[in-house]
Design a protein around this ligand. Sequence first.
Ligand code: PEP
Ligand code: MG
Length: 936
Amino acid sequence: MSKSPKYTYEFGKNTDGDATMRDLLGGKGANLAEMARIGLPVPPGFTITTEVCRYYYDNDHNYPQELDAQVKKAVKSVEKQLGKKLGDKKNPLLFSVRSGARDSMPGMMDTILNLGLNDETVEALAKFSNNERFAWDCYRRFLQMYGDVVMGIQKTPFEDEEPFEMVIHEFKKEISPETNGEIEDSDICAEDMKELVGRFKKLIKDRTGKNFPTDPWEQLQGSIGAVFSSWMNDRAIVYRHKYNIPAKWGTAVNIQAMVFGNTGDDSGSGVAFTRDPASGEKILYGEFLTDAQGEDVVAGVRTPRPVIELKDVLPKSHAELIDVQEVLETHFRDMQDFEFTIEEGTLYMLQTRNGKRTGLAAVRIAVEMVEEGLIDWQTAVQRVPAEQLDQVLAPIFNSDAEKAAEVLCKGLPAGPGAAAGRICLNAERAVDMAKHGDVLLVRLETSPEDLRGMIAAKGILTARGGVSSHAALVARQMGKICVCGADEVQIDYDKRIVTIGEAKFKEGDHLSINGTTGQVYGGEIETAPSEILQVLIDKSLDAKDSKSYENYAKLMEWCAQATKLGIRTNADSPGQVANAIAFGAQGIGLTRTEHMFFEGKRIDAMREMILAEDLESRKKALKKILPYQRRDFAGIFETLDGLPATIRLLDPPLHEFVPHDQEAQRDLAKKIGCRIADIKRRVDELHEFNPMLGHRGCRLGNVYHEITEMQAQAIFEAAAQVKAKGIDVHPEVMVPLVGFPKELEIQKGIIDRVAAEVMKKKKVEIDYMVGTMIEIPRACLVADEIAEHAEFFSFGTNDLTQTGLGMSRDDAGSFLPFYQDEEIVSANPFAAIDQRGVGQLMEIGVANGQKTRPDIKLGICGEHGGEPSSVKFCHSIGLNYVSCSPFRVPVARLAAAQAALEEEAAAGGGKAKDVKKAKAKKAKAKDTKKSKSKKK
Ligand code: PEP
Ligand code: MG
């Protein structure tokens, strides 16, 4: 007989899961099991697997047949361990029911606490805890959560407040008319709590027509279903899209015996990190509230106290937490974010997970953990999400401007960096406002409903809540600048006014926040480059004076050790090239020469060339452009100082360069001495219905050979000029939009001829290459024939995506967000390579190209070259380099190193490792050989 599938895993005395099982048990379930295994005090419970969630959605919200028996068995096991029973009138067992996906999705799904309470068990809890008010408060909370989450009693569009909160409000007014209900929850006595429970039950009955279920088993079933259902709630879906979490992962459900942090002053709940998640500093960091349940700490309703103060309140528990900090870090070898509850002096661990951290903290923690011997450098490189490196390059406030500004108040620094913008007090409005400029979302506290607004905002300021409040958590993860718990901030949502001390700000007025110090300023403070940019680009800061630069540099040094891919840059000016080199670029992967035509006076010469009616006048105009181009290329070659430069010939359709409005046409006619009617006629002639698929790319050079001639002449004359100064040059001339081998053959013929002429005339040898972009599907399919004329290929994945998907790169914005919401596409294919489609075309292109020319140099210069998943893909198909914009170079370097390390890990150690290393060295040498020969 086949064994029935296992749908529940226990933790506690009979732990049968562990940390490696996060796909099946979710992160929370897997780590609860792991903590129980290593002897940390975890209240017992069990996890229902993510497989059940998938079953639930595939089977119309039904469960596998075996589940019920397994749940009953697991409940029995917990009952036995604790000597309590679910629903028992004397000694009732209470449960919490929580979600837990493979990757944590903080606050996005639902939770139920105090499950198992009813009119009878509440009495037992009162007796057992010797605290009647506490017991009825637990019951009241349970009704509220169950009513909201399981029975769906939520605010309608016509209500201002959650229905349960409304009942509390009204009730408070009745029991304290003299304060108009302005009393704390803690001021509600036991008798009044009982009354409130009655009113909650009535609300449930009135709104749903059903009674609140008193049978704990029914409660359990309802709660499990609600947690699974919350996997598909709006905010969970928004979150999953933001972080590319597939819906098919599903969530697990964790059912755990309740412990109570709200039984008095020797109890409490808290959230802590083993290091500061904002700065990365190694300290026990976090916060707690005495006499509170965990939800109170993260909800941001009461501002908790720093965990360090626990030392004064409950010193024994504080000492235990310090031990826990050590145990967790040495066991998980990563910064942990954990939740704890202290029940009458006894510490319990309710959760641990790898803590979300800012980019700044990620780099620091990775580097310091290597120094402490906790991890090796390879692990450190893999620890920093490549995308997060952007954060360490993000601007800070200009220090003089900040000093001159008046500090309005100070909150907790929860997301480092500088943000200035117009304030907005509502998340939905923030989304709209953000379309017109930077917005600061200002709230008393945030909740998961505010997620869209938080994504749209530049920074977040809250009046309540600590560093583990929802605002701080989400901001940290998204790299938003955030100040929270700034309690001097008062908000009038109705009048849309923020008051800080004496100062008043209307929605739309400007504020500035410093998420590194927690300071809040009126008005808009000027920003300045980050410390790393100050060292690398501005050179205004000495490397040794910046710890964050030191950490960054160390990480980049390790990347260089691991990386196989070369990293180049897309740059069109010496300034951009210099920046990219400072970030570690090893050459140019794409210079778009058309960008050079728009500058200054040269645009007139360019227009004259386009408007020319015959070859002679076109050549005359090209002659005027030549010196500009030559100067541009010389500047780039000099800055590159021996590194290779891929220069692409003119690509866009000519109509992009000519004036379309009458005024500008008149102006041009005057400048180049022709009739406005001629200009108008030529502009009309150039009009195309679909210019992206029209007369552009190499089609221009093939119809007008003289354009290619002029560009080649400029490149080689510039090269000769720079070489004469003793600077090595390596131009790689690239022909765009090739689909037919003959297109390239003709272009290469012109380039080679001009190169030979210049070299002969200038009496120099220039080491150059001619290659092509591979950016239309036909080019991939006939790459073997194209490679007969190409010494290198560079994948133009912008156009390859456009033509491969038949999706306009300029128009896809109108439907792509919808496609992402519907999961028709897993990500924006213009941002991350569509590996299955476009990626396959690239692989075909690589294989075909290598058939003809086994050592053909391969790169990518589409926007994808700086996007981590695409960089990893390029590594996997054996490209020699990726090329991206200068400021993406660090991200690409990190992603490339991670790709190499992942590959090494997948191949196993030993010999495979050596072979890979040798291969890697070869590939890298191929792309950097020239620069090295120059530098020696
Ligand atoms: C491309 O198509 O990927 C590319 C780099 O060229 P452009 O974006 O200039 O068309
Ligand atoms: Mg292109």
